[in-house]
Design a binder for this molecule. Sequence first.
Ligand code: SF4
Ligand code: SF4
Length: 134
Amino acid sequence: MTHTITDLCIRDGACVEVCPVECIIPGQPQDEWPLFYIDPETCIDCGACVPECPVEAIFPEEDVPSSFVAKGGEVLNGPVGIPGFSAIFDGHDHNGAAVHLTATRKLAPKEVVDLTPATEENAKYFEEGPGYGR
Ligand code: SF4
Ligand code: SF4
């Protein structure tokens, strides 16, 4: 099993520093792979990354919600070119470095979204992405 980072990720990076097996990496190129990703072959399912995430974007793979109910104001981070993801997000990561996301949208209160596609995207990153680890 593995943990999965969902579209709620805003590239804060805090999860990377607590992972004991260093299996979390930022997606590159960022416009195609906007989230951070977890190598499912290396993740030991320890759960250490979950409480570090300031936006609660990380779930055990089997618990990624298909009906996530938004509080309102959460940022969904999508690949460039996805319809509806037209907002710019400018923020800072946990070290104070600038984060610039070019394809986001904010969730409305009580909006329901399916976060499960992130599981497949995560796997694809390591199968078809930039060849991390190979
Ligand atoms: S801590 Fe959360 S927001 Fe930051 S990179 Fe990890 S999953 Fe993304
Ligand atoms: S669950 Fe543990 S091993 Fe897996 S990504 Fe999170 S910190 Fe790393």
